[in-house]
Design a protein around this ligand. Structure first.
Ligand code: TXA
Ligand code: MG
Length: 320
């Protein structure tokens, strides 16, 4: 079973594991990541192994600073502006990578672009100490809900990894927004922990939507799936269902729900994002066959919340 160490006491142990080509689960501001040295093929392969993730899914490389990022990929004025505005933070930029960079090709699945992000807190310090970027997908088995607490990581991956660094509940609660920068255009590949409108305000260009070509499988139709089936935008709770509520106004029949969690009593989308995965997991563990979800507005962070819920509700035969 994985050892769980608090951020204050985990640094040396985490560094030793990464130096040895092993993986470590770490907190970031978005969700927990399963990190390995992005320049070490063995470390990267162990990430895929521990997650049971299909090999063709490229990973995000996490950096400590802009200098490290610039050694890996080509920044134009637009990507520089976004990095300066939002890093460290929940924005991932997909950029053309330099041909001769140190990133192991398994990280990018052979693509000529690379996803880069600068995390806040322990992750950033760890990367700076290691002096090399970390590849880190969300710390969950492939296709399952992302973990937002150390306990959730240990429950899912604890038998397969040696260390979980405990930084408490992650403040954002949703994965980063992924934006591809190409010829002066921006394409939102995955809505996430920064609202599209905030990115557009800084970039002064509209985000293109809809993926082209290879895409983020966070983009697979069924992803983030709990064990229970998921029913969205419910106006009425059916018997035997658990209820994932939002705001002050309850769906009809809510008193009969076998369990209920409210993402945000006050209708605050930021609070709802923070609670989303933990509450889905809690309702799932309660054993209901179906989780009914009340409507959630689509603006701001609501776009990412509805994206994750739609994937959780998709038919499971679409799962990778
Ligand atoms: O908040 C986050 O982004 C978390 C934390 C741990 O940093 N990470 C995360 O990683 O969500 P992951 O692997 O679960 O999702 C990364 C997404 C995947 O859907 C992958 O396909 C996409 O990024 N991606 C990576 N490289 C890409 C590329 N070159 N082009 C397009 N999509 C890419
Ligand atoms: Mg993931």
């Amino acid at each position: 079973m994985a050892e769980i160490l608090a951020v204050g006491e985990a640094m040396e142990r985490a560094l030793a594991l990464l130096e040895g080509g092993d993986v470590v689960a770490i907190p970031t501001e978005t969700v927990y990541g399963l990190a390995g040295d992005a320049t070490n093929g063995v470390g990267v392969a162990r990430i895929f192994e521990a997650k049971g993730r299909p090999r063709f899914n490229p990973l995000i490389a996490h950096v400590a600073d802009l200098a490290m990022a610039n050694r890996i990929a080509a920044f134009d004025p637009l990507s520089t502006r976004l990095a300066e505005a939002f890093w460290p933070g929940p924005l991932t930029l997909v950029l053309p990578q330099h041909a001769d960079n140190a990133i192991h090709p398994l990280v990018t699945a052979g693509l000529d672009t690379i996803a880069l992000r600068m995390p806040r807190g322990f992750g950033g310090e760890l990367i700076a100490r290691l002096g090399r970027p970390l590849a880190a997908p969300s710390a969950n088995s492939s296709g399952r809900i992302s973990a937002t607490t150390a306990e959730a990581v240990a429950a899912d991956l604890g038998e397969r990894i040696k260390l979980v660094v405990d930084g408490g509940a992650t403040p954002v609660g949703l994965e980063s927004a992924i934006v591809k920068v190409e010829d002066g255009t921006l394409r939102l590949l995955r809505p996430g922990g920064i609202a599209a409108g905030e990115i557009e305000a800084v970039a002064s260009v509209k985000l293109l939507r809809g993926a082209v070509g290879i895409q983020a499988p966070g983009m697979l139709a069924s992803h983030y799936a709990p064990g229970a089936s998921v029913r969205l935008n419910v106006a009425r709770v059916a018997s035997g269902e658990a209820l994932l509520a939002f705001g002050r106004h309850r769906a009809e029949g809510w008193r009969d729900a076998v369990a209920m969690r409210n993402l945000s009593e006050t209708g605050d989308l930021r609070e709802a994002a923070t609670n989303l995965f933990a509450f889905m997991q809690a309702l799932d563990r309660g054993g209901a066959a179906t989780i009914a979800v009340e409507p959630i507005p689509a603006q701001g962070l609501g776009e990412a919340i509805n994206d994750r819920l739609t994937r959780a509700a998709a038919p499971r035969d679409k799962m990778a």
